[in-house]
Ligand binder design. Structure first.
Ligand code: IDP
Ligand code: MG
Length: 136
């Protein structure tokens, strides 16, 4: 089933020079296409919409500060089961618990600075794509 998902390479990935590494892993999956890609800084309003579900949690404010600490790369990826697939490439939220071979498992140590965001369901993907790439 072909799907679309929203991927963000977080400011740590951009600062550490891992854009190519992370995008390369996505590109090498058979049949997936990157159909939009942009380096951009995220404003508070965008982050509030994007991470609204986490508002009020202890990690919310530092997360928003981190996500606005430098540019991110926003991508739309399309292809077979891409929502589940990019989440699998990323690994679980905590990079120490993430298996080696996953993006978070290979490059992360800090939960907040876990390199990549990927939509977690069709509903989230539709909502997040509208925030980051309205009209596409
Ligand atoms: P996900 O990115 O794997 O979907 P979520 O639970 O949706 O994880 O959390 C969103 C982001 O908030 C995480 O990717 C991570 O950057 C940050 N985060 C989540 N839980 C914690 C925490 O316990 N401490 C610090 N940061 C957290
Ligand atoms: Mg999430």
């Amino acid at each position: 089933m072909s799907q679309r998902t929203l991927v963000l390479l977080k400011p740590d990935a951009v600062r550490r020079g891992l854009i190519g590494e992370v995008i390369g892993r996505i590109e090498r999956k058979a049949g997936w296409q990157i159909t939009a890609l942009e380096l951009r800084e995220l404003d508070q309003d965008t982050l509030e919409q994007h991470y609204g579900e986490h508002k009020g949690k202890p990690f919310y404010e530092p997360l928003v500060a981190f996500m606005s600490s430098g540019p991110v790369v926003a991508l739309v990826v399309e292809g077979e089961r891409v929502i589940e697939g990019v989440r699998a490439l990323a690994g679980p939220t905590d990079p120490i618990a993430a298996a080696p071979g996953s993006i978070r498992g290979d490059y992360g140590t800090i939960v907040r600075e876990n390199l990549i965001h990927a939509s977690d369901s069709e509903e989230s993907a539709a909502r997040e794509l509208k925030i980051f790439f309205p009209g596409r």
